[in-house]
Design a binder for this molecule. Structure first.
Ligand SMILES: NC(=O)c1ccc[n+]([C@@H]2O[C@H](COP(=O)([O-])OP(=O)(O)OC[C@H]3O[C@@H](n4cnc5c(N)ncnc54)[C@H](O)[C@@H]3O)[C@@H](O)[C@H]2O)c1
Length: 471
């Protein structure tokens, strides 16, 4: 890692190529596989010192949803993620699933069958190719859309949702490119529709307990935290049936950097009130060689498999250090290509102690002393009201997926301000392009833009919400 500005780094002019006109108009750089620039060029299409573009609308901070008795939901992308999240929308009261879209007809039809089995009217189904989502979004009867498609298409579909007046919830990351993250901020402000990063890990039981303890001062003054996506995906990425095509593996041929930062970053950003009193200002990243996928392929794939044509450039482990305006440090890690038990690290430290997850343990003065970790299960009094009310939530990932859906739908039904907004989506996704740029610059720091354009000073609620007086 390098403190000083790089002397002989290899950022090319194309890495930083960007003009305000091109990004503002959304031209010159394609989505959904359009355009000719490489992913690496596109990821860094804004110079790191570029000032924030001029605001085109009013802030979306503190803007409540319009109240409604029933939330009408559409889902776009019904693979592993969309095909399981639909169960949770069907389990939450006051929600109707009205339309579904996936070019793979069998997936859309099987999701439609679930809607009917849940006793709701048959949903409209859109299966005619990669752009049929446009028809779904033009229907005029969708309040919220859940976008669970491969990463390349997140931006175009989210943009279309906002332009059609539909609140957008997009899977992680919101986009892989800096110019698109800014465009999402501008679009949300212009269209007055929320654009939410559907970051389920912010609703994890441990994450919410730590969040409440942090805000109550149990950790003292906050100093450092860490989050990660360490998940051995080698088997799934080489499984021809798991994903719809090899899109996820192919990102390892396209970009070096933290490809999936939001699961680790979102919760720690919440602990530290990022965009709510503090802000993240810079990131430095380093990466290991990329060896894991090629080694796995050699051992497990039959000779002649098309994957043998692929060259993996993504570091097996990327480690980034993010600094906040208040001087705190957040460590982010990404590794999906080596053997390792699943971990999001999820740690937080301050002047009064520290929490570390995987496995969960705590060391807080005056409760613990003599270097012996304490039992985190003794701190259940600090559980978030959502976890006190829903002790055994249905669905995957230990129940946090349900909490995300329940709370988002609750905010829409009751006309509340969402727990996070487009500024959080852009901030949590920004390490994708910026870690790439830092890696190329041999660890040189990159500025993280202030997507709030100065409003980060304002203290305001987020995931640490008050329980609404009505259900
Ligand atoms: N938050 C989480 O815990 C979590 C977990 C898994 C996946 N994800 C995210 O969900 C997204 C999807 O991942 P997945 O594992 O389900 O992948 P997948 O390949 O299983 O599913 C993607 C689906 O999108 C469909 N699709 C592709 N292009 C489309 C288009 N233009 N319009 C409509 N549908 C389209 C595909 O046919 C496929 O069914 C990714 O962004 C991933 O990062 C999030």
């Amino acid at each position: 890692m390098n403190d000083a500005a790089p002397q002989n780094h290899d950022i090319t002019r194309r890495d930083v190529l960007w003009t305000a006109g091109a990004a503002g108009a959304g031209i010159g750089i394609g989505g959904l596989g359009t355009g000719s620039a490489s992913a690496a060029e596109q990821a860094t299409a804004r110079p790191q010192e570029a000032p924030a573009p001029k605001r085109q609308g009013r802030t979306m901070i503190g803007v409540p949803f319009q109240r409604r008795s029933t939330v009408r939901v559409g889902l776009i992308g019904l693979g592993n993620r969309g095909g399981s999240m639909i169960d949770l929308y069907l389990a939450v009261p006051g929600v109707r699933v009205v339309a579904l879209c996936d070019p793979v007809k069998a997936k859309a039809e099987s999701a439609a069958a679930k809607v009917i089995a849940a006793g709701q009217p048959a949903p409209a189904v859109y299966v005619n190719g990669d752009h049929d989502y446009e028809q779904l979004l033009r229907r005029g009867d969708i309040d919220f859309v859940h976008i669970a498609t491969p990463w390349d298409s997140h931006f175009d579909i989210t943009k279309a949702a906002l332009l059609n007046g539909v609140h957008a919830g997009v899977e992680c990351p919101a986009s892989m490119r800096m110019d698109q993250l800014w465009e999402l901020v501008d679009l949300s402000e212009r269209t007055r529709r929320h654009c939410m990063q559907l970051e389920n890990c912010c609703y994890g039981k441990n994450e919410m307990r730590v969040l409440r303890m942090a805000h109550a001062g149990k950790f003292g003054e906050l100093l450092h935290g860490a989050g990660a996506y360490i998940h051995d995906l080698r088997g799934l990425m080489f499984d021809p049936k798991y994903y719809e095509g090899p899109w996820r593996r192919l990102w390892h041929t396209r970009l070096r950097g933290d490809l999936y930062p939001t699961h680790g970053f979102g919760p720690v950003a919440n602990y530290m009130d990022v965009n709510r009193g503090d802000r993240v200002v810079s990131i430095v990243s380093v990466g290991t060689p990329a060896l894991g996928l090629a080694e796995y392929r050699e051992a497990h794939m039959p000779a002649g498999d098309p994957s043998f044509k692929e060259s993996y450039i993504e570091s097996d482990r990327t480690i980034s250090l993010v600094q906040t305006a208040k001087g705190r440090v957040i460590r982010l890690e990404h590794d999906v290509s080596t053997p390792h038990p699943y971990s999001r690290i999820n740690s937080l430290g301050g002047t009064k102690g520290v929490f570390e997850d995987y496995p969960e343990r705590i060391y807080l003065e005056p409760d613990q002393h003599d270097d012996n970790w304490g039992d985190f299960s003794k701190y259940t009094d600090w559980d978030h009201w959502l976890w006190k009310e829903h002790a055994n939530p249905p669905g995957g990932h230990g129940g946090m997926d349900y909490m995300l859906v329940f709370r988002t739908m609750q905010c829409m039904r009751l006309g509340l301000v969402p727990d996070f907004d487009v500024y959080d989506a852009a901030t949590w996704s920004a390490p994708v392009p910026l870690s790439h740029l830092s890696l190329k610059a041999k660890g040189a720091p990159q500025q993280i833009p202030d997507f709030t354009r100065g409003d980060w000073h304002r203290s305001r609620p987020g995931v640490d919400s008050e329980k609404p007086s009505e259900a």
